[in-house]
Design a protein around this ligand. Structure first.
Ligand code: ZN
Length: 130
């Protein structure tokens, strides 16, 4: 059998993921304080993480208020279990940044707490990340 170059990469054969995003969702009226506490802890414990702006107003594909945490691939082993244990009831979307925003936010995505709808049409013909 010849290898199909279009097939998805097998486990161990995928290119390394340079960066991930964790989108932390909150309700400005109810869970902003929890989101603030999580944000402060991430900043203190994971100095390599880059904390994005608060988006109380909906932005991009997101259907709830959120901020983004971008972090290098090498941090996933420490950050993933930390996030599982410390998300404090907040819903989080974790996804790799492979350059394909649509796939990264759908097929490649992992959700903690809930699965929120996304406005996938936001990925059509736009250039902003997130
Ligand atoms: Zn994202």
């Amino acid at each position: 059998m010849s290898e199909n170059p279009d097939a998805p990469a097998a486990a161990g054969g995928s290119p390394p993921i340079a960066e991930y995003h964790a989108h932390v969702y909150y309700d400005p009226a109810k869970t902003r304080a929890a989101a603030e506490r999580l944000r402060q802890r991430v900043a203190a414990e994971f100095p390599d993480a880059r904390l994005g702006r608060w988006h109380d107003a909906l932005v991009g594909p997101h259907t709830q208020s959120m901020y983004q945490i971008a972090f290098p691939g090498g941090m996933i082993g420490a950050f993933l279990p930390w996030l599982m244990l410390n998300r404090d009831g907040l819903t989080i979307l974790l996804h790799p940044d492979t350059g394909n925003d649509l796939l990264d936010h759908t097929a490649h995505a992992a959700w903690f707490g809930a699965v929120l709808p996304l406005r996938l049409e936001a990925f059509a013909g736009r250039d902003a990340a997130d």
